[in-house]
Design a protein around this ligand. Structure first.
Ligand code: 7TS
Length: 404
């Protein structure tokens, strides 16, 4: 890792204090912090090029449109999509999943099957449940084991010619498990099912290659990868995006409109009704450039050292149990201490300036599996340090003594 202090200096928020203590931000799974280049780019957009896109003949509108489309190309290159028009701007992962689930309403028949996994965030469960209610399709669940890994034999057994779509995350937000999505996609394709990968937790840690994965859809949020909130991506293979109907109607997504009949615009506009988050879309490209300048190999290697160190140190604490011990894991540690509610630990260590998430992490089925109300989750980014982990361990030790 290049100088960690230099990297930290790029994130203005990291130098603040909370309750009089230096902020230790370990809630990166919820949202990442933003480097100065990203913050500056938002300001630059509103100060210099704010105009609506794809509309005006005027210069400013052209500038905004060019910047927006350039960002689309950056994201295309980043995820290795074949075409820029396979990259659709949305408001985030949740929006992207809902758009596809709605599209599948025109494809599914009663008795068809939709497969999700036991490791999903609610936003990759509920839209599929709603779809099943609408269409009479049946929701099936790929089970997990005690380590927090999906049981591949059970997955294979669930796949059949009624399976129309498999929706699974690349990395679990609650446990950090990295799923073997490439293999899972290939298996789904053998029965003719499409696959949506929820990459919300993957994109801050790795560079997905959608062609290599051969996924049909790959969705993620900008705000978890150093970008702004309110912008996300829906990647879809051209053939699928052409086949699915649009999810929202309105301006920008049409070719012609009359009261008798409307025809839709081509990709990507068919899925981009209304004025989008223009600044967000442009600045997501800046965030992607920033992450690539740090380098994903560097990020992964460094975050792995944080994960190993935190795991080792946490396990020294009496009565502490880590949930999610998959062989392939991202820098997320979910844990509980015997006899203590996770919320109490979170509240006490917040007083020391430490930000962790407590609760079910919008993944209630995982908590039900372990029969716990929730966990304390520390999720690390490349701007965190070993010293911060030491500080958290000390704070947890003290909290434990206070609470027992
Ligand atoms: N999928 C996964 C795997 C997620 O982790 C999240 C958000 C979402 C989807 C939804 O993303 P959104 O940007 O549309 O809200 N996860 C979390 C989390 O772990 N803590 O807060 C939000």
């Amino acid at each position: 890792m290049t100088d960690i202090q230099q990297i930290r200096a790029e994130f203005p928020i990291l130098s603040q204090t909370v309750h009089g203590k230096p902020l230790v931000y370990f809630d990166n799974g919820a949202t990442s912090q933003k480097p100065k280049v990203v913050i500056d780019a938002i300001q630059h957009y509103y100060e210099q090029i704010n105009a609506n896109i794809h509309r005006g003949v005027h210069t400013l509108s052209q500038k905004a449109t060019d910047a927006y489309e350039l960002s689309r190309q950056k994201i295309q290159n980043h995820i290795n999509a074949t075409h820029a028009y396979e990259v659709i701007f949305t408001s985030g992962t949740t929006h992207s999943v809902n758009a596809i689930a709605n599209g599948f309403a025109s494809i599914l028949k009663p008795g068809d099957e939709v497969l999700v996994s036991a490791l999903e965030h609610h936003s990759n469960i509920v839209p599929w449940q709603m779809l099943c209610e609408r269409t009479g399709a049946v929701l099936k669940v790929i089970p997990m084991n005690e380590q927090g890994e999906l049981i591949q034999e059970k997955y294979k057994a669930l796949l059949n010619d009624k399976t129309k779509i498999v929706a699974v995350n690349h990395i679990s937000n609650a446990l950090g498990t990295i799923n073997p999505v490439k293999e899972m996609i290939a298996l789904a394709h053998q029965v003719g099912a499409a696959v949506l990968i929820d990459g919300a937790q993957a994109v801050p840690h790795l560079k997905p290659d959608v062609q290599d994965l051969d996924c049909d859809f790959y969705v993620f949020s900008g705000h978890k990868m150093c970008g702004p909130t309110g912008v996300g991506i829906l990647y879809g293979k051209e053939c699928w995006l052409n086949r699915l109907p649009p999810y929202q109607g309105g301006g920008e997504m049409i070719a012609t409109v009359s009261f008798e009949k409307t025809t839709y615009a081509g990709l990507p506009h068919k899925f981009e009704a209304g004025t989008p988050n223009i600044a967000g879309g442009i600045v997501l490209g800046v965030a992607v450039d920033y992450l690539n300048s740090v380098g994903f190999d560097t990020i992964q290697a460094y975050e792995n050292t944080l994960l190993e160190y935190a795991t080792e140190q946490l396990l020294q604490i009496e009565g502490l149990k880590i949930y999610g011990t998959a062989r392939e894991k991202a820098s997320v540690v979910s844990f509980n201490i015997d006899g203590i509610h996770p919320y109490d630990i979170g509240t006490i260590i917040d007083k020391k300036g430490i930000a962790v998430r407590t609760g079910h992490h919008c993944a209630q089925p995982i908590m039900d599996f372990y029969q716990i109300p929730g966990t304390v989750r520390a999720s690390f980014a490349f701007y965190n340090t070993q010293q911060e982990i030491d500080y958290m361990i000390e704070a947890i030790q003290k909290a434990r003594l206070m609470l027992l």
